[in-house]
Write a protein that binds this ligand. Structure first.
Ligand SMILES: *[C@@H]1O[C@H](CO)[C@@H](O)[C@H](O)[C@H]1NC(C)=O
Ligand SMILES: *[C@@H]1O[C@H](CO)[C@@H](O)[C@H](O)[C@H]1NC(C)=O
Length: 180
């Protein structure tokens, strides 16, 4: 009985740790970092990731030679650094992604964007794990978007099942504790 109880408690502990590991940290370019050296394919790098709201992207670089600018799509395409939305210069910049959609960055040093030092962090709407606001919050005229709501309700149901599972485990554990 004691062994069963231990197992039940261990399972509860494991289950309760799962939802805490939602946000991730991504180092842009992995070990190469943020650079013009070695023709790092930042497009390929970001294509292999599934970014979520709340994730952090880290730009690590030599601040003497590079910087990080957040820019619009038009600026990104044209490598136009004349009016960045934000500029980072520490050489180790952690940027938390707080919204869905595209987040465009390049190095503002002349020639570096043209050389490929640019990255598009795209957070897909359906990849959200956070519960979306209830439909009543949305403007009445808004066209229904099927897939994100389905994903949200699926996540909500997962949450419910998780809670139910936890309750069952707790009841089971206290039952075992009473028996032994
Ligand atoms: C760069 O962007 C600025 C501000 O949006 C604009 O005024 C300028 O014409 C652009 N330059 C080029 C070369 O596209
Ligand atoms: C950058 O900052 C992170 C923590 O935010 C740290 O772990 C890492 O070692 C730093 N890198 C450099 C090159 O300073």
């Amino acid at each position: 009985m004691a062994i069963l109880l231990e197992r039940a408690v261990a399972l509860i502990m494991i289950l309760s740790m799962v939802p805490l590991s939602y946000s991730s940290v991504y180092k842009v370019g992995e070990s190469s970092g943020w650079t013009t050296i070695g023709n790092v394919d930042y497009k390929l790098w970001s294509a292999t990731k599934t970014f979520h709201v709340g994730d952090t992207v880290v730009f690590e670089y030599n601040a003497q030679f590079h910087n990080v600018m957040r820019i619009t799509h038009a600026m990104y395409k044209a490598c136009n650094s004349s009016a960045p939305l934000a500029t980072y210069t520490t050489g180790n910049d952690s940027i938390i992604i707080t919204t869905h959609g595209h987040h465009f960055f390049f190095c503002g040093v002349p020639g570096h964007c043209q050389a490929g030092q640019k990255v598009d962090i795209n957070v897909l709407r359906t990849s959200s794990v956070a519960p979306t606001p209830s439909p009543s919050v949305l403007p009445a005229a808004q066209v229904p978007r099927p897939s994100p709501n389905d994903a949200a309700s699926l996540n909500a149901w997962k949450g419910v099942f998780f809670e139910v599972e936890l309750i069952i485990m707790v009841v089971f554990a206290s039952f075992l504790a009473n028996v032994s």
